[in-house]
Design a protein around this ligand. Structure first.
Ligand code: FAD
Length: 306
């Protein structure tokens, strides 16, 4: 692939802000990841459609990312195009008990806005540093709630570049899953949430309480991607890891957080490889001790050899 030509073409088409050889550590909360050939912050839906047409015509690998808070990119170069909706898909509209947010909206902003409008339902995501697009993909959740509880419908762009509106039922949500995980070419454009009118001060109180709880129990001051593993059915992942004596264990600059054993933190000099090695080590030890296979909640990207 002649990337110089691709950049020239995309610049001509004027589809978004283009960054070349952009380090992905700047776009992930782990603060790791090699460069990607082209990173594009797309302007709008029409530009996104044109970009996807171009990508398909030239057989270029691509991926849409949100705020990179659930991703572990490898240290090597991503030979393709990373698409971000964070900069230009940021509108929020409110209509009675409905909030409509474009995919790039920050969950933290959205939950604070919901509180301002005295709308309850998003208190659980006040501390989740993702975008609404990523949260829908992951069916993000906390405190016994999750996105599926508040989603009315999701507007996507499908593999035929058609805009479609999917109902909550069509999203096939389950624990940290949605239909999007089996349709990697579908892109979330916008989400309509159904919230409930409530007392603003009570919403704020609950959000503040949860923030304090997170700060007390999670390593909020170091780069991480939140919980590394999905919780197995009978025993939480953190407990399995803890009982293997791995709390605080380090490989290079990556460490199983002394504060929360299902978090791996970057102590400032971790490579993506250090983090992956620690993930593999925890998996192996937990399997040896409990016979439980841990599955990552964090998504591993660009690790396969070509
Ligand atoms: C400190 C910390 C605490 C966390 N706490 C929680 C928690 O309590 N609960 C929880 O569930 N998660 C938690 N997370 C994980 C993470 O924040 C969530 O999974 C979040 O929903 C990911 O959103 P994102 O925008 O960062 O997505 P990314 O990590 O950028 O992407 C995740 C996946 O979504 C896809 N995606 C992103 N945007 C779109 C789009 N527009 N269309 C289609 N696909 C898209 C990507 O391709 C990727 O496969 C935490 C993370 C951190 C760092």
């Amino acid at each position: 692939m002649e990337y110089k030509k691709v950049v020239d073409d995309l610049q001509q088409l004027n589809l978004g802000t283009i960054l070349e050889n952009e380090p992905l550590y700047k776009h992930t909360t782990y603060k790791v990841g090699g460069p990607c050939r082209i990173f594009i912050k797309v302007f709008n839906v029409e530009c996104l459609k044109q970009l996807l047409h171009y990508i398909a015509r030239h057989h270029i690998p691509f991926m849409v990312i949100g705020k990179g808070s659930n991703l572990l990119f490898s240290d090597r170069e991503y030979r393709g195009i990373i698409i971000s909706l964070n900069d230009y898909f940021t509108d929020i509209r409110v209509n009675g008990e409905y909030m409509i947010a474009q995919a790039g909206v920050s969950l933290i902003k959205l939950s604070n806005d919901a509180c301002k409008y005295a709308l309850s339902g998003l208190e659980f995501c006040g501390g989740i540093p993702g975008s609404i697009g990523g949260a829908i993909f992951m069916n993000a959740g906390a405190y016994l709630s999750e996105m599926s509880r508040v989603v009315e419908e999701v507007t996507i762009l499908d593999e035929h570049y058609e805009v479609r509106v999917l109902s909550n039922a069509e999203m096939a949500f389950s624990y940290r899953r949605s239909i999007l995980q089996s349709h990697p070419k579908w892109i979330v454009l916008e989400v309509k949430l159904h919230l409930k009118s409530a007392d603003r001060s009570k919403i704020r109180q609950l959000m503040d309480h949860r923030k304090e709880k997170r700060m007390a129990t999670q390593p909020w001051n170091l780069p991480s991607a939140g919980s590394v593993f999905r919780n197995p059915e009978k025993i939480p992942a953190w407990q399995c890891i803890d009982e293997c004596g791995l709390r605080g264990y380090e490989i290079g600059g990556a460490q199983i957080s002394p504060k929360h054993s299902n978090f791996i933190v970057n102590n400032g000099y971790a490579s993506a490889r250090d983090i992956l090695d620690l993930i593999e080590l925890a998996r192996t030890r937990v399997y040896e001790r409990f016979g439980i296979r841990l599955h990552t909640e964090v998504r591993l990207v660009n690790w396969q050899d070509d």
